[in-house]
Design a protein around this ligand. Structure first.
Ligand SMILES: C[S@@+](CC[C@H](N)C(=O)[O-])C[C@H]1O[C@@H](n2cnc3c(N)ncnc32)[C@H](O)[C@@H]1O
Length: 320
């Protein structure tokens, strides 16, 4: 089977994850065209509270954010990591453009599909916006931060994307951002907070089964792009939440002993009955945990902004 250069990395990561014990698949591969669409559906689910909470925070504090971003005459550069379709970003940009703020917007995403959708939408909505989309992995995008420009950099990492890292990985990633920023540059980070455990579990186990389909999409993508023969009926979507660590984790659990062949890898993988494949972490933090994360990665907390229920926090950190 012929596979593209892009898919070679996908093939290598799938081979490594399914050969490991316990098995895993990297969550960043959720996002192809269908995955992007399913995530947009997830954001509208009744159970999926993070989007509504962060939207409320942005709508309440958008002018305060602009004051903080604009603290001198220098223009600022908004670099948004994992921008998705920019649904919530529009709340900020509506306010910033209405006030004729001087800034450049750089949306960064691994999914070229979603980035194209965002770019087309934003160019229509904001004809005068200075926008420079970047398609690639977070780590590739970090290089953008090293560029010395006239702009004050404001890194935006919303939607609790940071929760998709373990705490150790989160500190390592945030340190890399910190090291590439200059004094007084900012980070706006959206983090999902610890709350009623059942509320969290429900958010990853919606009644319509969209989150299940989002997880299944990893298997469908392997079938389509790497010639796999996964059968969805042989796997259950199984989310868990540990209220002590804040780890909400998703698994695909094999319901019977069976084998899967992946043509591009010329390899067969054995799944024992009830063996779990780990797909994603969506880690929840306490406020002291958020402050600790800032401190450990070198940042100084400027301010926390909460929704009314205190389910979510958007926190602004500064490189001192
Ligand atoms: C959970 S969605 C959140 C989208 C948006 N930030 C929001 O709050 O609605 C995560 C986004 O990050 C992108 N993404 C995930 N892993 C990534 C990675 N390693 N590098 C770059 N983008 C990534 C996905 O393609 C997706 O659009």
């Amino acid at each position: 089977m012929q596979i593209s250069t892009v898919n070679q990395q996908f093939a290598m990561d799938v081979a490594a994850g399914l050969s490991a014990s316990p098995k895993s698949l990297p969550a960043k591969y959720f996002y192809d065209k269908r995955g992007d669409y399913l995530f947009q559906q997830i954001m509208e689910l009744e159970e999926y509270y993070p989007t509504r909470c962060e939207y409320e925070i942005f709508d309440t504090y958008k002018h305060r954010f602009l004051e903080l971003f604009q603290h001198s005459d220098r223009p600022f550069q908004l670099l948004e990591f994992g921008a998705g379709d920019g649904y919530k970003t529009k709340v900020l940009l509506d306010a910033f453009t209405a006030q004729k703020a001087n800034f450049q917007y750089i949306p960064i995403d691994i999914s070229n599909n979603v980035l194209q959708i965002l770019a087309a939408d934003f160019k229509k909505r904001y004809p005068d916006l200075n926008i420079a989309p970047f398609n690639g992995d977070y780590f590739k995008a970090l290089e953008q931060l090293s560029e010395n420009t006239a702009y004050r950099k404001v890194v935006v990492f919303m939607g609790s994307n940071i929760g998709n890292f373990t705490r150790i990985e989160a500190v390592q990633f945030l340190r890399q951002i910190y090291q590439r920023l200059a004094k007084d540059d900012l980070l706006l980070i959206g983090i999902d907070l610890k709350k009623y455990p059942q509320r969290i579990l429900d958010a990853y186990n919606d009644k319509k089964g969209i989150t299940r389909d989002f997880n299944y999409n990893l298997l469908l993508r392997i079938n389509k792009e790497l010639g796999g023969n996964f059968k969805l009926e042989n796997f259950l979507h199984s989310p868990t939440y540990n209220p002590q660590t804040g780890d909400a984790k998703s698994y695909l659990v094999a319901t019977k002993d069976h084998e899967v062949y992946i043509e591009a890898l010329e390899q067969t993988f054995h799944f024992e009955a009830w063996e779990a494949v780990y797909t994603e972490i969506s880690k929840k933090y306490s406020i002291s945990g958020v402050e600790n994360l800032a401190k450990k990665s070198g940042f100084e907390v400027v301010n926390h902004f909460f929704d009314q229920k205190k389910y979510f926090v958007d926190s602004i950190w500064r490189k001192a």
